[in-house]
Design a protein around this ligand. Structure first.
Ligand SMILES: Nc1nc2c(c(=O)[nH]1)N[C@H]1C(S)=C(S)[C@@H](COP(=O)(O)O)O[C@H]1N2
Ligand SMILES: [Mo]
Length: 319
């Protein structure tokens, strides 16, 4: 794995679509002819990602980045299967472009946005964030994206809007986890945030990682990243964002409310009913004592920035 270097891409745009498509076609042909042996035979070659024009940001983490290989092969994305290796293996038929995202509900200007237009119009920042899954593993990921607030501002939320609801695409023909005999959960996958959480500068819509467009398994072409919350809040492949008055449902809470809350703020003092949340396993590290475990930080290390959002709230009751 070569060391990560920030992308030295000219300030033009992402690679022209024609080049991207030709490369995909080429790889598809080679894979079909059995000429690409590196990936272990049966595994189809993943669609190509393309470089993104990215600007620096002040958001850094003083810990080593999780290797791209781990970020893109150890995933939770049940639409492609329930095992960690499923999303990278079974998402090669998913078509993340072209893509639109509708932002509606309690807003003055409901709109449908083309994702590649948004990418061209909004400054795409690099945000290096810790990511803590509720299953007690973690990573450090260099995301590329823009504040969720930049998008919300464009539709002008009304005073009556108190929450933001998110919805993932439903495409059984491209997502084997939505079409097989085993359907792990109801679709679409949905998530929600309080409006003030959604408008917090740390909350972003990611369109890339490691300086390139998102691989399918990481939620292409656009997904939520809320670094002070457990990973399941980071809903992938979003097609709709709706401003609403009351707390919207979120998939894991609907499925198992005693284990997964709405807020899902990372809190080492509130254990999951079936395991401790006090420590976490950093993927890609063996650790000094061979375990790779490290203490989990309150709000995943972002307490200084976000604790005030929850002043006066019982963090044990609102897990
Ligand atoms: N649509 C959808 N979004 C999802 C999930 C999912 O199964 N479906 N899994 C969530 C969980 S549990 C985690 S930990 C993160 C994983 O993101 P990553 O695979 O990019 O690390 O995505 C979240 N977003
Ligand atoms: Mo997760």
């Amino acid at each position: 794995m070569p060391a990560y270097r920030p992308p030295a891409i000219p300030s033009s745009e992402i690679t022209p679509r024609s080049v991207y498509l030709r490369r995909r076609e080429f790889m598809g042909l080679m894979a079909g002819a059995g000429l690409m042996l590196g990936a272990g035979g049966a595994r189809a070659e993943a669609p190509a990602t393309v470089p993104l024009k990215t600007v620096a940001s002040g958001y850094k983490v003083d810990e080593p980045l999780t290797p791209r290989e781990d970020v893109t092969t150890y995933n939770n994305f049940y639409e492609f299967g329930a095992d960690k290796a499923d999303p990278s293996r079974h998402s090669q038929d998913f078509k993340p472009r072209p893509w639109t995202i509708t932002v509606d509900g309690l807003v003055a200007k409901p709109q449908t946005f083309d994702v590649d237009k948004l990418i061209a119009e909004l400054p795409v920042e690099e945000r290096v964030y810790r990511m803590r899954c509720v299953e007690a593993w973690s990573m450090v990921i260099p995301w590329n994206g823009f504040p969720l607030k930049s998008l919300l501002d464009r539709v002008e939320p009304l005073g009556s809007a108190k929450f933001v609801a998110f919805e993932t695409v439903v495409r059984p023909e491209e997502m084997p986890g939505q079409s097989g005999l085993f359907q792990p959960m109801p679709w679409p996958y949905v998530e929600g945030l309080r409006l003030d959480e959604a408008q917090h500068p740390l909350a972003i819509l990611a369109v890339g990682l490691y300086g390139e467009t998102l691989p399918n398994q990481n939620g292409a072409p656009i997904r939520l990243v809320v670094p002070w919350k457990y990973g399941f809040k980071g809903i992938k492949s979003i097609v709709r964002i709706s401003l609403v008055e009351t707390q919207p449902p979120n998939s894991w809470n609907s499925l198992q409310g005693s284990e997964y809350g709405f807020y899902a703020n990372v809190n080492p003092e509130v254990d999951h009913p079936r395991w401790s949340q006090a420590t976490e396993r950093r993927i890609g590290e063996s650790g000094f004592f061979g375990s790779g475990r490290r203490p989990t930080l309150m709000f995943n290390g972002y307490a200084d920035e976000v604790a005030s959002l929850y002043a006066g709230m019982d963090l044990r009751a609102n897990y």
